[in-house]
Design a protein around this ligand. Structure first.
Ligand code: GLU
Length: 483
């Protein structure tokens, strides 16, 4: 029987959930669920100074919003594997560091920061690839004891085995190998007693029975360090898959400072994106299914997920795709659901106290098909709420033409006679305007649209007039007629 698949997402709580992190979590999750395995959330919180307040909660909350709920986490511990925060696991690392010391696989290094920096500079100036020079690698037990007795601080370094090749089959990249001669003896425990990432991650992955690891390609060069530990400790390493970068539309790596793309999941949430749409979109960021289908429910993605189809080339954050996917999900919502989705944003932007729920429903219905996210409706409907509308540039140009007021005057007379505006009677009256004035097409519709909205584009006129209501329609027509 195949061993149970166990994967993990192990963020550092140094920030909020980034789309890169979300994608890592998502592929691990899809892989786990496809093979009926477990998805574990663990925290790499050893870089204490960089941790932010609420970082852990924010990661978990945003994952939950996406529909990713870990099978195990600090809040859902499995006693066999807990705790799930590295800072609560220091005893465990200490135990293994001690064992490595006793075996001679690691040693205490008393070099000061200053000495290390000087050596680094010397190596760089001589054109040598910088690495630890091994000064403390062969201190005698007496020397070590003396320095310790003097209270000299020390790190623990791994003695990198000589002339070894560390090779593995990456689930995404295929065969990868590294030579041990390119790696200097590296620090596994810092002077403050806290383990480094490469050390702690191995202990955790092993102790938590992690079978597969999908992570960002920036970790590829860490893998030989991790493999040598597995080797020395006599453990089996998990299978690794290093995912390619996410790049922007200029093919540049997404940088956290790049503001042209919203990079945090919470930003999408705040704008009223639909979580299932984000899940779908992120799944296509570096993975492609067989066939043409692009819209998938979470269950379908779990079913179709195949790690062999993870991309080997950088995945572009394609905004048009995001819009398209999000719009598909929005269109699939019922009117009632779309209203619920947009209402908080409308409420925040406008005074709705005098608007009936029928009116709000009609407003949302009018824009529903074009929306990709909730907040998108806000600027689109501003002319229903403004006292005075202003004409945009192209609308102003259009209104300089001759005869643009003719259909407005005719329409005004019909509107005035109506009690309430409905789509039907509005359509009827526009038809009559056409018959009466013999103006048709653009020269008929555009002046009306501009007089009422200030813009040359928007939904059909009958919806606009009905939503504006008789009084506002008359007021706006008059304003143009008298100008
Ligand atoms: N904390 C690491 C990161 O966020 C995890 C690396 C790993 O998955 O091994 O990149």
């Amino acid at each position: 029987m195949m061993e149970k698949v166990r994967v993990r997402y192990a963020p550092s709580p140094t920030g909020h959930l980034h789309i890169g992190g979300a994608r890592t979590a998502l592929f691990n999750y899809l892989f786990a669920k496809h093979y009926q395995g477990d998805f574990i959330f663990r925290l790499e919180d050893t870089d204490v100074e960089r941790n932010i307040v609420g970082g852990e909660e924010s990661q978990l909350e945003n994952l939950a919003w996406l529909g990713i709920v870990p099978d195990e986490s600090p809040y859902r511990p499995n006693p066999k594997y807990a705790p799930y925060r590295q800072m609560e696991r220091l005893d465990i690392y200490r135990h293994y560091a001690q064992w490595l010391l006793e075996q001679g696989y690691a040693y205490k290094c008393f070099c000061t920061q200053e000495m290390l920096e000087q050596e680094h500079e010397r190596q760089v100036s001589e054109g040598i690839a910088p690495r630890y020079n091994g000064r403390c690698a062969f201190l005698s037990p007496e020397e070590v004891a003396l320095k310790e007795a003097q209270g000299q601080p020390y790190t623990i370094r791994l003695r990198v085995p000589e002339n070894k090749t560390y090779a593995f089959e990456d689930m995404i990249r295929g065969h990868v190998s590294f030579e041990s001669r390119d790696i200097g003896d590296w620090v596994i425990v810092k002077a403050n007693g806290i383990p480094t990432y490469n050390f702690a991650v191995v202990i955790d992955d092993h102790c938590m029975d992690i079978t597969h690891v999908f992570r960002g390609e920036e970790h590829l060069s860490n893998t030989p360090k991790q493999l040598m530990l597995y080797d020395l400790l006599g453990w089996k390493a998990p299978q690794y898959g290093h995912m390619t970068l996410i790049v922007n539309e200029n093919r540049k790596k997404l940088s956290k400072r790049d503001e042209s793309i919203m990079q945090f999941v919470s930003q999408y949430r705040d704008e009223g994106y639909i979580p299932e749409a984000m899940f779908n979109f992120l799944a296509l960021l570096g993975w492609s299914p067989e066939g043409e289908q692009e819209i998938f429910s979470k269950e379908e993605l779990i079913q179709h997920f195949n790690e062999k189809r993870l991309s080997r080339s950088p995945s572009m954050f394609d905004r048009d795709k995001l819009t398209w996917v999000s719009n598909r999900y929005m269109k699939d919502k019922s009117i009632q659901e779309a209203v619920e989705w947009c209402l908080p944003f409308l409420k925040e932007a406008y005074d709705l106290s005098h608007r009936s729920s029928e009116w709000i429903q009609m407003l949302v219905e009018t824009y529903h098909a074009q929306l990709s996210y909730g907040k998108e409706i806000v600027p689109l409907v501003s002319y229903f709420f403004e006292q005075e509308i202003t004409l945009d540039e192209e609308a102003q140009q259009f209104m300089l033409q001759e005869d643009v007021k003719k259909p407005l005057l005719a329409l005004r007379q019909y509107i005035e006679k109506m009690d309430v505006l409905t789509k039907e009677n509005v359509k009827e009256s526009i038809k009559k305007v056409q018959q009466e004035t013999l103006v048709k097409g653009k020269m008929l519709y555009m002046p009306i649209r501009i007089a009422l909205t200030g813009q040359m584009h928007g939904p059909d006129l009958s919806s606009i007039l009905t939503l504006l209501g008789k009084e506002t329609v008359l007021k706006r027509l008059d304003r143009t007629l008298l100008s």
